[in-house]
Ligand binder design. Structure first.
Ligand code: ARG
Length: 408
């Protein structure tokens, strides 16, 4: 008796995988697993209905809380990949882990997904799954299936695929972002119509202020009210989305080297990332901020690749967490013309002396204006030396060449 656990959404790819796992891979039993990371209700209804029509044993695992906390943790690292706040990327390891748990509970021999051989998700799923003892199968990729073939196969086998979410665009939604790709959007020269957006309204003239409180780099309250991770993200998606905050239209470099045109909506992510960076600007030193950017770049790349379990991540997080001990305070963000801008920040850890920065005070810590004269004299000293040396060397060479010519 061989059993496989399939990552199941009820879409075309995962639906055709069910009979294919039995026919082509000889599994006696397939169970479908759908993991909740904040998709819209309709997607669960679709998965349930399709599973029922297929006679598929189906499990739904709620991972919204773990996912929301992972998203807020990523804010500590100001995590974006080429400008995108990593919604899909951060969700995949959590989904993969949840499916692995169900598979082990039900004594499965294999794990299966319906990803194609072109995208990132196959790599993210398998990065988690291949650390288990179970077999990994990817029918769509391994059998080289195309959408047309799948449609025909579904038709021949009377599979329940009509309706569904197979609209004009290919959409991937979770709490942290909604991603829209495919159709005309595949042409980088095509201007996206307003109706691809569901979370964000077109930016208008109205503005709004929100206040976000951080504890050690982690957002804990909105407008003075404590929120758990899911509430905070959901509420900010609403508030900031109404002002058109958090739209990204980008050329994304996928892991396998393909460039893809992607559109994203992520109002809460944009707001929290802007607020967090705003607070860091107040409490971290210039040196910490500049080194942290290198750490952040590495963290985001590995997160994009689905490698949250890479030992490098622990090391990078060690640095990030150390810096975040001071990132406690409050930031006011203004939603204004599609932007989320920090407009006020406060912290007990502010590396800031109003007296030192102001033009009105004579001495601070024994330093007075005139002390800068020595610094100003030294500033650029090496550059001046280097430029003088170069000029002198050129003159010396010119004299030597002139001398040579007159000698002849
Ligand atoms: N390219 C993005 C990523 O790999 C998201 C792709 C989401 N899929 C979709 N059908 N829109 O993170």
């Amino acid at each position: 008796m061989k059993r496989a656990a399939l990552a199941f959404s009820g879409g075309l790819d995962t639906t055709v995988c069910v009979p294919l796992l039995e026919e082509e891979y000889d599994y006696d039993e397939v169970i479908g697993v759908t993991v909740d990371v904040g998709q819209p209700e309709a997607e669960f209804d679709e998965a349930e209905e399709t599973a029922e029509a297929l006679g598929l044993e189906h499990y739904v695992v709620d991972a919204t809380e773990a996912f929301a906390e992972q998203c807020l943790d990523s804010v500590k690292a100001n995590a974006t990949y080429q400008g995108y706040p990593l919604g899909t990327a951060l969700a995949r390891p959590i989904i993969a882990e949840a499916i692995l748990d169900v598979a082990e509970e039900h004594d499965c021999d294999a794990l299966a997904h319906g990803c194609t051989g072109k995208g990132n998700d196959q790599l993210r799923f398998e990065a988690v799954w291949r650390s288990s003892d179970l077999d990994v199968v990817a029918p769509v990729r391994e059998l080289g299936l195309t959408r047309e073939w799948e449609m025909e196969y579904a038709d021949d086998h009377d599979l329940p695929v009509e309706g569904g979410n197979e609209g004009v665009w290919s959409i991937d939604t979770n709490l942290w972002s909604r991603s829209i790709e495919g159709g005309n959007l595949e042409d980088p020269g095509y201007v996206p119509p307003e109706d691809i957006y569901e979370w964000t309204d077109a930016p208008g003239a109205e503005t709004e202020l929100v206040e976000i409180e951080f504890e050690e780099g982690y957002p804990v309250a909105l407008d003075g009210e404590e929120k758990d991770a899911v509430e905070l993200i959901e509420e900010l998606n609403e508030l900031a989305g109404a002002h058109g905050v958090g739209r990204t239209d980008m050329m994304e470099d996928r892991m396998l080297g393909l460039k893809v045109r992607e559109n994203y909506e992520h109002p809460a992510a944009t707001t929290l990332l802007a607020a967090h960076e705003g607070l860091e600007g107040l409490v971290l030193t210039k040196e910490e901020r500049s080194f942290k950017q290198q750490v952040e770049q590495q963290w985001a790349e590995k997160a994009y690749e689905g490698l949250l379990a890479h030992p490098l991540m622990d090391a990078l997080e060690g640095f990030v967490d150390e810096t975040q001990e001071k990132v406690t305070g409050t930031v006011t963000v203004k939603f204004d013309g599609g932007q989320a801008r920090p407009v006020a920040r406060e912290s007990d850890y502010a590396v800031y002396s109003e007296a030192a920065a102001s033009f009105n005070t004579e001495t601070v810590q024994g330093i007075e204006q005139a002390d800068a004269t020595g610094v100003a004299k030294y500033h650029g000293f090496q550059a001046r030396l280097a430029n003088e040396a170069e000029k002198a060397a050129e003159e010396k060479q010119a004299v030597a060449t002139d001398g040579g010519e007159t000698d002849e």
